[in-house]
Design a binder for this molecule. Sequence first.
Ligand code: ZDP
Length: 280
Amino acid sequence: MPIEFAKYHGLGNDFILIDNRHSSEPVLTPEQAVSMCDRHFGIGADGAIFALPGQNGTDYTMRIFNSDGSEPEMCGNGIRCLAKFIADLEGEKAKTEYRIHTLAGVISPELRSDGQVKVDMGLPRLLAAEIPTTLATPDVKVIDVPIEVAGKSWSVTCVSMGNPHCITFVDDVSAVALETVGPQFEHHPAFPQRTNTEFIQVMRRDYVKMRVWERGAGVTLACGTGACAAVVAGVLVGKCDRTTAVELPGGVLEIEWAEVSGRIYMTGPAQQVFSGSLSH
Ligand code: ZDP
């Protein structure tokens, strides 16, 4: 039986989307997802995302495999793509807001009339045990803490958006040797679940440039959870406003860390590129 898929991207962070409404287990194994994500031997993507039936009163469940087959708890750009994908699947019955069950809790994307998707990303988690990281004792936040990576001392702030993020502020983001430094952060013993790493250059209090090394996916053009984590870190270290635009290689995400509720809102595009069917 051929499996239908659609390819979407959010700011160049690209995903294979699969209609998995008939089953509560992903129709691809992590190994199959790895070959489909391969840019030469497969479709090519940073991850594979499955739209499964909802749980506990939610509309859908999202599962995602990174391009290396590991399973992250959440994916910010991916959930914008998922929202567009399910609206496309539902056609006339489509809603403008969905409640999605993820391994990081319930996340709610809203399809706006201007084509952008605004996502309530929930609350950031800041305690060392929640990241998880051993850079501080379990019930302490990791803000501006030194770490030795690739023969250099970096000052980092750690934020979980359901998935782990390590943020470091640099003078010139274009000068960071992502391909060599990134994997050394990802596999550093201070991060038992590995980590995504964001390098941030503050242009203004409300505008930053970011490059990312993603756990399980390497260099990507954008990372939604990473952009949220970066703004939280920017606010915590006093460099950013609560509403800040994050410029990634693939484009700009608008992030707001609401003062009263403490929730994070991410707004950005998501777009279908093509659809097809998998041949095994
Ligand atoms: O946490 C991880 O393992 C990430 N690689 C998951 C994917 C995050 C993503 N880039 C995002 O936009 O949040 C999809």
